[in-house]
Write a protein that binds this ligand. Sequence first.
Ligand code: AMP
Ligand code: MN
Length: 342
Amino acid sequence: MTQPTEASPVPLDSPAEIVGRICDAILSRQRFVLTSHARPDGDSIGSQLAMAYALEALGKEVRLVNADAAPEHYFEFPGVDRIEIASQTTADGDAVIVMECSELARTGVSGFDGFIINIDHHAGNRMYGAVNWFDESAAACGEMVFDVINALGVPLTPEIATHIYLAILTDTGSFHHSNITPRTFDICRQAVEAGVNPAAMARRVYDSNSFGKLKLIGALLDDMELVDGGRLAVLQMDDSILETCGCTQNDTEGIINLPLTAREIRAVVFFKVGPNGEVRVSMRSKYDVDVRVVASEFGGGGHKNAAGCTVAGAIDALQKTFVEKILRAIDLQDAGTAIPHT
Ligand code: AMP
Ligand code: MN
């Protein structure tokens, strides 16, 4: 994207211009590799598959390559079984479309080079593509993919609509986060008109727990620590609890959102200690409490209300550091606008 300079101000490209450039790049090419971030979530899977079906509607050839398998409850969504899992690949197409990744390394796959189209909504996107569309205001990358599909003139098929809705449903935290706009609902309305059943989608995504996961939820919430009068909740686990409950890492998805259902809790931090001392830190917050700022201090990223990073160190010291920083983020919001009730 062209940046204005002091000497000769150049207007920033409008979203319509960038989308136009993405369409030109797509329409003039035939073979595509589509990828998204490691440890995929609903937005990465949904964006990737919606784009795949749209390109195939145009007669394009599509390969899907990700570093990790999708969580099990996404297996039944159309096309998920087509995703190749690889840590290394060859970009043997005419272009690679990278969705949901603020930097190329977020794919967790090496070997993506050549012509890259970068479509993402994570703050701090590194603009690593030949064409870059970065829009932090999008509630989900799926909103941006919807615009591209629309501009390509591809109608919403039930498959495309399902994946766009999946992306938005999950990345808004089932319509909880503060980045939702009228446009979010306008896209969802069109998805529903194209055949998506919101009740069935919510059941498939959120009511698909195993009994083991229910046990895991019980154990983790039982161990939850409340800090500062309950404004911050701290969850922690290592792999041994997974074995006890008969679970896998994928079963941890979504558990971090549960403490937020308590009225007083403004933010949650969840420490997952790996076998080699690596600690994955996930954070969630309400309203304007900005946990992305905390994650980015440790080389991670995400969004204001949902962010994460991977760190190393002793868990006690890490807890102390993160708790201090998140409490500061909560204080900053409390000192600002009043918490909206409507
Ligand atoms: P998670 O807590 O893993 O569900 O991630 C929440 C949000 O933070 C998602 O938007 C992720 O893409 C982002 N995120 C998590 N870990 C990282 C990381 N190491 N680097 C950049 N973004 C991250
Ligand atoms: Mn996203």
